[in-house]
Write a protein that binds this ligand. Sequence first.
Ligand SMILES: [Mn+2]
Length: 371
Amino acid sequence: MKNLGKTAKRLEKAVKNNEKIILFGDADLDGVASSIILKETIKKIGGICRVYISDRKRWDYGLSSKAILAMKREAPGVLVTLDCGISNFEGAIEARKRGFELVIIDHHQTLSKLPKASIILNPMQKGDSYPFKKMANAGIVYKLSREILKERFKEKERRFLELASLATIADMVPREEDNKEMLKKGIPFLEKSKITALKVINKEKDKDFISNVISLLNITKSTGKTNEAYLLLTTKNEKRAREKVKKIKKDHALRKRGIEKEAEKIIKNFKDEDVLVFSTGSFSSHWGGAVASRVIKKIKKPIFLYSLDKRLASGSARVPSGDDAVKAMKHCSKYLCSFGGHSAAAGFMAKEKDLGNLEKCLREYFKKTKE
Ligand SMILES: [Mn+2]
């Protein structure tokens, strides 16, 4: 994989030279698992790093300028993005301006250009000959950790396998090749997990235990610098884990009702002649993806959902298999401030005044691809 060795060497050098390392992970389980694996890897070779988990509500998606501002007092240092960054052009410039050296570790599709970073580790980038492109980000970080720890990787292998497997399932990447191999080893470990929080969640030896964990932990509340999933997966204190699980379960039930209601509303209003659902709702922007996922299960059409805040729309796209949301947005990029993600699930930001044109452009694009 292009830059795997280079990234490992850069981090080893940073530890040796006592440089500050700051990890910036995406908010979902893949971002959280990636952050935990890399943090513990760096700790194992004697380094310390600060972890920030994206707070999409406060900072928008990914490595935004707002996120850089929130981390500015950590500069100078090596800032590593995990499960985000590949489409954050402004954030990359802002990071450099604030005195960070930027290392991007991401698995999302690359756009027509790459952000300015010191190193980019992403099998999707041009010139990367690694044959399998569809790992979760935590799957890439798992390989990076093995590269850094060498023989000592064994001591962490089980925990990292559990975390990376959880992320691989949560991110819904295809269960083929490297992913299949990982899950073959990882799932039996997960079912008898040694992670304190997972032991607490699996008290009743639930048969849907893994999907239960994912629905509880994939979207959790921010706690300032990190989020509830991060804190839960890193605590060794069983009592604290029990309390946190109880709270997360309560929030989750509430959120689930909100998401279902919103999805039902969109499904009810859907007019069959449409090739595309383009809609706004009262959901907060970080639920958009969950609502869209629910809607597309019923209505097998491309769906773009957004919520508006200060004339800026932030949204989630889901498209049926065979379609490509990122390609569609590349086609309509002049009406978008930013976008990125995977072919089946992606995110975007657009100015309110461009939404009409964006919708028109997307409708035309999908109509054409159906011809
Ligand atoms: Mn991911």
